[in-house]
Design a protein around this ligand. Sequence first.
Ligand code: HEC
Length: 134
Amino acid sequence: MRTSIPLALLFTAGLLAGAAAAQEKGNADAAKMQNPVAPSTESIAAGKEAYDRNCRFCHSADGTGGPPKDAGFPEASNLVDETWDYGSTDGEIYTVIRKGTPPEFAMEPWDDRLDETETWNLVNYLRALAKGAK
Ligand code: HEC
């Protein structure tokens, strides 16, 4: 039994290190952003329109993602599950959509094609889509 305590400690330390590493891709500044657009029916409808036009091709109509559209790129993320590689807050999701995922940018930046309100509408739509998926 004497070894079980250090082992348990090591295991806990490992879990903590793993959790810290998993959060590393999140964006602390972006996480502080408040979504200024209420998730109204209008916002969600506008988000759906923008999603179907710009995002569905890769992330699929139901948001579950899919195989990469270009060789060497990762699979397009599932946007309706609990896993967020780049952070789960509205602000982090907003920032990924606007700025893409450096350094490879397998997810491109959209800030040259979508204005800020359109981007928040997309965040609101993704939340609605995820609720519907449960
Ligand atoms: C050309 C294909 C493609 C298009 C179009 C595209 N994405 Fe992506 N998206 C990806 C890929 C690939 C990833 C994973 C990127 C990575 O891991 O570096 C991703 C990642 C994301 C993430 C991060 C998910 C997470 O787990 O943190 C979000 C959010 C996202 N996309 C939203 C959108 C939205 C909204 C649109 C439409 C404006 C869009 N994407 C258009 C391919 C695409």
